[in-house]
Design a protein around this ligand. Structure first.
Ligand SMILES: [Zn+2]
Length: 127
């Protein structure tokens, strides 16, 4: 899988900044302890939800090619979890890339390289 481009990361940060703040919570569809099948994903402030997942009606009728229930439950959990995961992943990614840039700059410098640093540089160049 190709690495994320700087443009993709900047776009995700922009979208993250504009979307409804987290955390988000999955509705009852994906909670086996609750009989309700509400397909919503909620945040703290919008009781009407920020979105809902589509579920196949399982009646064999036409015009319903939505995901089957198990997949819809996974979609609900994914969307709710991603809201908190994405900004933290972006921060981690930024920190890692900054670290790689610093190591790469060090590798390009005239600093005498010891074996550990040489190994790190080889790993980064092969990545
Ligand atoms: Zn419900």
């Amino acid at each position: 899988m190709p690495r994320l481009t700087d443009e993709e990361i900047a776009r995700m940060k922009e979208l993250d900044g504009k979307a409804t703040a987290g955390p988000w919570y999955p509705g009852h569809l994906s909670d086996p302890s609750i009989k309700c099948d509400c397909p919503y994903v909620f945040d703290e402030n919008h009781m009407g939800s920020v979105c809902e997942v589509s579920v196949e009606n399982e009646r064999g009728e036409g015009w319903n090619d939505s995901p089957k229930r198990e997949e819809a439950e996974a979609n609900q959990l994914f969307i709710a979890f991603a809201r908190s995961f994405v900004p933290r992943a972006l921060a981690d990614l930024e920190e890692l890339r900054n670290g790689m840039d610093r190591i790469d700059a060090l590798a390009q410098s005239s600093v005498k390289h010891d074996e550990t640093l040489r190994a790190i540089i080889r790993i980064l160049r092969d990545a």
